[in-house]
Ligand binder design. Sequence first.
Ligand code: C2E
Ligand code: MG
Ligand code: MG
Length: 731
Amino acid sequence: MFAAGKLVTGTLPDYATPQWGSRIGQPTQNEIKINGVGYYQLIIPLKNQHGLAGAIALLQSSTSVKRNTWQMIGMLWLITGASLIFIFPLVWYFASSLAHPITALSGIFRDLTKGNALTREELAQIDRSRLRHDELGELARSFMSMNDAINQKINLINELNASLEQKVADRTSALVAREQEARTVIENSPDSISRYLPDGRRIYANPALIAMTEGGEDALLGKTPSESPGGSNAELYEQKIREVFSSGRNKQFELRWHDRFGREVCSHIRLTPEFDLAGNVVTVLAIGRDITERLEFEKTIWEQANFDILTKLPNRQMFYDRLQQEAQLVTRSGKSLALLLVDLDHFKEVNDTLGHDIGDLLLIEAARRISRSVRASDTVARLGGDEFTVILSELDDTAIASRIAQNIIDKLADPFMLGIEKTYISASIGLSFYPDDTNELDVLFKNADQAMYAAKNSGRNRFSYFTQDLQEAAQIRLRLTNDLRTALSGNQFIVVYQPIIELESGRMHKAEALLRWQHPERGMIDPSGFIGLAEETGLIRAIGDWVFQQAVARALIWRSYIPDFQISINKSPAQLHQEEQLSWTDYLQQQGLDPSAIAVEITEGLLLNPEPDVNARLMRLRNAGIQLAIDDFGTGYSSLSYIRRFDIDYIKIDQSYVQHLETDPGDVSLCEAIIAMAHKLDIKVVAEGVETAGQLDVLASRGCDYIQGYLFSKPLTAEAFFQQYMQHAAE
Ligand code: C2E
Ligand code: MG
Ligand code: MG
């Protein structure tokens, strides 16, 4: 309020002097002394229109001013002191109320930030009591809640991260392991594995492929299949790879190629496209499996299933397939088909005498000869054993079939040179035509079979057509077979006895027991009409035992008339192939008949039978004291060593040699030789079928021991035989 001014000391007249103010016309303030008393003077000029008109001077004692000032200052101090007393706590209060939550907040923040990841428990442990219930506290609390939530989320994320990391680590190690496994598999795979680029070049080859190809890995990598391993099918392989690249689809095929040893290999190739992320085929993986052995194995299996191992001809299975195919063909073409059933005659004897190895050679050679006798389009098959079939297809003329059949017979009639052995064989052939005879293939086969048997029965070494008569005969056979089953229980059999005369003495002390069937409708049937059926059905064993029992009963009686009387009984091979139902030796003992009263007639072939059981059964008879005779001698194969081994007592010369003794000097020589040989071996000879005195003379002059034939007597019933011979003997 006090403007700076010049202190003027003077008297009151000094008052309002112009020099009081240097700035005339403007208010001036200064300090003056009046009467020694100091005053503060404020001069306020008064102006009018002419200028300065006067001035008003305001005086105030400077003492009072000063006092006032001091008072003011004191007041001010008072006020300041009071202010300090009141304001400081206030400020402190406000400051602390402001600072506390911030401090608490910052403390909490410090706590929160001291670790990177506080657990939920750690968060819970943070002292929240420090927070007040004011806005900042609320703020801090909500912040903390938010922080809690964030922390929980962070923890959750951390946990997730950790589990993800664990998963990634696990997956990675699993992938590594799998990759290792895959590598091991690929490296050790027996399959060839390779990878190709779109230009056909190979970028990978596994060890299996490398091992198979010439030049190893270097020769394979970067090369196309044509370049390595090359070969005629490489181009085809490349073509397939190109197709997989363009189609994006798998491809499989079989490829033949040559491995580094020059071996032809057949691989089953599987081509698989490999894609990039954009779906383009970038490479093609080729996996090749060597199926050469499997194919060969399958081929062998197929051959074994369809071909005969010995002759390499189609077997029964293949034959039926071909027959069906050919039948369909001729059905369409309207032509004919001929089925020929070829059976080798007496092949079993070749096997028995010369052994199975030679028998096999003969079959192979026979198969070759039959195959050569037919056209290339015809089928020759082996059904088993010595049985062959020929399918002559597309025949315009059925007469061709008979020419081919005769051709086969002629070819087989040529001598067989088997090693050092020279052997002869013949064949019987049955012919049947499709569809002429039948249009059923099963029936066609049966017809040919019947025709073949007809050829055999008519003397073998010939062919026979299937005829209606044959079919009727076959039907009769079937009916007879059924009738035969009840013949024994129906007492329909009769045993007749044919005397055998000792030439030297003229005595009749032997007879042969021969079977007859008194059929209720067909009358008397000779053995030739049913023995074969009985053998096929196995009934022969029971029938044979019955004949034996009949003969034993007769011998027991007749021996009382002729003490050395002997009855010979025919025993067919079928009876010796199986264990006997009745023990003949035991039966003889039970009946009290001397075994020498019985002789057993067997065929030559049986002696050669290699089966030990058959040999043993024969030996049992022999050892029991039953005499053995070889029936129909000269019609089959004989072995002198076997004749000696079984200590044969009689040889019965077959009637086919006896028949022509008067006309055929060859047969005379044969009989002579047989008799001489037999006598050397201490064997007696019986000549069968002696019908004439001339035959008798020849035989007698050659030293034959016994004769049997119509010349002397036909077979007689037991009663007739008894009446004719026993009564006479008793006289
Ligand atoms: P086999 O053992 O050779 O018997 C001789 C056959 O010749 C008998 O024929 C007999 O009747 C006949 N025969 C005898 N003398 C003459 C003759 O002068 N001229 C002619 N043409 N034939 C004569 P059969 O009785 O028809 O017997 C035929 C075959 O049947 C027998 O031949 C024999 O192998 C077999 N057989 C006969 N009975 C039985 C039997 O009980 N069991 C077995 N397994 N086979 C038997
Ligand atoms: Mg006989
Ligand atoms: Mg005989």
